[in-house]
Ligand binder design. Structure first.
Ligand SMILES: [Mn+2]
Length: 324
């Protein structure tokens, strides 16, 4: 469903509430943060009192750059401070996730009667039902959805916010590759007319050189299965962040003939992370679901507890060599 189809309900719900608490998923990325800051700016312009709820203790590089830039202009609070800032006409706006266990804070959900979710991920039985659910799985990113709204209502965004929203689109599409449609380009075009700087986007997406070195080591160890599927296995000794595995999977798609990519690596002592991407016919969410995770056709992930890396590698190889 397109965000514009629900715009009436969305706008009514926003109109009826004065205090708006905005949050993304745990482990913020530029799509969650970009869409949050986009909504923050739109709603602040409509004279709403907005708060950005963040509980993350650590940020990935791009997110920390953005937070550093906006922290004096945006009210950032932790979930513990939500109650004390409520006024009776409060709305919780959740972006880029729809299952409470993925939210920055699950516990604040019960404090709200009015909740809106805007997201591009698939829903399932764990999706929060007690909300106005605006999910468009065709959209490349939540930032693309927010941009549609901005475009429709002809809202002027600041250069800075336009840039952050564009960076969310660039991140989620891996530079306009994954899930990119004409609407994605239209959103990018529109954000650029609003002052978004592609140069600044590149700066926000710049990687840490040490992280890159770790990634490069994994990437040198690639097995190509059935000519179109790439599998990369992390070093037994290294603990990877989930985002690192995801970035490796993104990178693998850049090679000739590769239509799907699978990366596994230890994320802590007892857990192996799997990150998978597809630009072809393979539905990677099915494979992630098999390992207890999820996602959509194009990108998916799983965390697998109490099994060895080799064990998972063997099983995964079997599955992907027979998947079409
Ligand atoms: Mn996203």
């Amino acid at each position: 469903m397109n965000i514009l189809e629900k715009k009436k309900n969305l706008m009514k719900c926003i109109k009826d509430n004065n205090n708006i608490f905005i949050m993304g998923h745990k482990g913020l990325d530029l799509d969650a943060l970009g869409s949050s800051l986009g909504m923050y700016e739109i709603l602040s312009n409509k004279k709403k009192n907005c708060f950005l709820v963040i509980d993350d203790k650590e940020y990935e590089l791009g997110v920390s750059k953005v937070i550093e830039k906006v922290k004096n202009k945006v009210k950032i609070i932790s979930s513990d401070d939500v109650n004390r800032n409520k006024c009776g006409k409060d709305l919780l706006l959740v972006l880029d996730c729809n299952k409470p266990y993925l939210f920055q804070s699950e516990k604040i959900v019960s404090l709200f009667d009015n909740i809106i979710i805007i997201d591009h991920h698939k829903t399932n039985s764990q999706t929060l039902k007690e909300s106005l659910l605006i999910v468009d799985t065709e959209a490349s990113s939540t930032c693309e959805m927010i941009t549609e709204l901005v475009y429709y209502y002809d809202i002027k965004l600041s250069d800075k916010t336009s840039t952050i929203i564009l960076s969310g689109i660039v991140l989620d599409t891996n530079n306009f590759v994954l899930k990119t449609t004409s609407k994605t380009y239209l959103a990018a075009y529109y954000l650029t007319t609003q002052g978004a700087s592609p140069r600044e986007v590149q700066y926000l997406l710049k990687q840490d050189i040490e992280d890159y070195k770790i990634r490069q080591k994994v990437i040198t160890d690639i097995e190509v299965i059935n000519k179109t599927k790439a599998l990369s296995v992390g070093s037994q000794k290294v603990r990877y962040r989930k985002e690192e595995l995801a970035k490796i999977a993104d990178t693998l798609l850049q090679f000739n003939n590769i239509e799907s990519s699978f990366v596994i690596g230890k994320i802590d002592e007892n857990t192996v992370g799997l990150s998978a991407r597809s630009i072809g016919s393979i539905n990677v969410s099915k494979i992630a679901e098999y390992f207890g995770g999820g996602g959509d056709n194009h990108e998916a992930a799983a965390q697998i507890k109490d099994r060895s890396l080799q064990d998972i590698e063997e099983e995964l190889k079997k599955i992907i060599s027979t998947s079409t």
